[in-house]
Design a protein around this ligand. Structure first.
Ligand SMILES: C[S@@+](CC[C@H](N)C(=O)[O-])C[C@H]1O[C@@H](n2cnc3c(N)ncnc32)[C@H](O)[C@@H]1O
Length: 205
């Protein structure tokens, strides 16, 4: 509880009992703490479950080997698992699903901040391509708000497999290293950094 209080997920308000001056101990969730609840509107739970999965934890133990010994792998993940993350996720449906859910969870918070703070940016655009757009959480919201804008979610084929676009939203599977279909605007987001900025904007932490 001390660690959770120190990191701002739980608070310990001072409560006085009515009869005496005795102080009762109690804990409440802070706004940040509520993001960890399963049923919270913008739950970060899938993101944490993803980050703490053994497959994604293992690379941290390979950092030493990756930095030293002239390791030519592109990442510590490849050192641990023999291939880069995206190639691994292509053949491991559990990891593909876990990762996509994690991204979709944090994307709701990102979308909320984008439409409250940056809505003006999208006004008047005829088309938009969300490169590396995952399962399209953010783009679906934008497509709804701007029905006149043609929206495309572009991601790896195994990520968008089986997803059906509707109205002004479509999905394209492909590798951005080969070909990116450019629109008026291209969104290319690094979720974690964006997420931290949004938490800061939204919750002030
Ligand atoms: C950090 S996630 C972003 C998720 C997404 N922005 C969202 O809101 O859910 C990065 C995304 O880039 C995709 N990606 C990685 N390499 C790619 C490539 N070469 N071509 C297309 N997409 C790629 C991944 O599949 C993943 O969905």
């Amino acid at each position: 509880m001390c660690i959770l209080i120190h990191s701002g997920f739980v608070a310990e308000p001072k409560q006085h009992t009515s009869q005496s001056d005795e102080v009762e101990k109690g804990y409440v969730l802070t706004l940040a703490g509520r993001l960890l609840l399963k049923d919270s509107e913008m739950s970060s739970r899938p993101f944490l479950l993803g980050a703490l999965d053994p497959v994604l934890m293992k690379p941290w133990q390979s950092f030493g080997a990756w930095f030293q010994n002239g390791d030519a792998n592109p990442s510590a993940f490849a050192t641990s698992h023999g291939k880069p993350f995206w190639d691994y996720a292509e053949y491991e449906p559990r990891i593909n699903h876990l990762f996509n859910e994690a991204m979709a969870g944090v994307s709701l918070l990102i979308a909320k901040v984008m439409i409250t703070k940056c809505k003006g940016f999208f006004k008047g655009l005829k088309s938009l391509v969300d490169v590396g757009g995952g399962t399209g959480t953010i783009t679906k919201i934008l497509a709804n708000i701007f029905p006149e804008m043609d929206c495309t979610v572009f991601d790896l084929p195994h990520v968008v497999a089986g997803l059906q676009g509707e109205g002004n939203l479509k999905y394209i599977g492909g590798n951005m290293l080969d070909k990116v279909p450019f629109g008026d605007a291209v969104m290319l987001k690094v979720n974690f950094a964006l997420y931290c900025c949004c938490v800061n904007q939204f919750l002030g932490i």
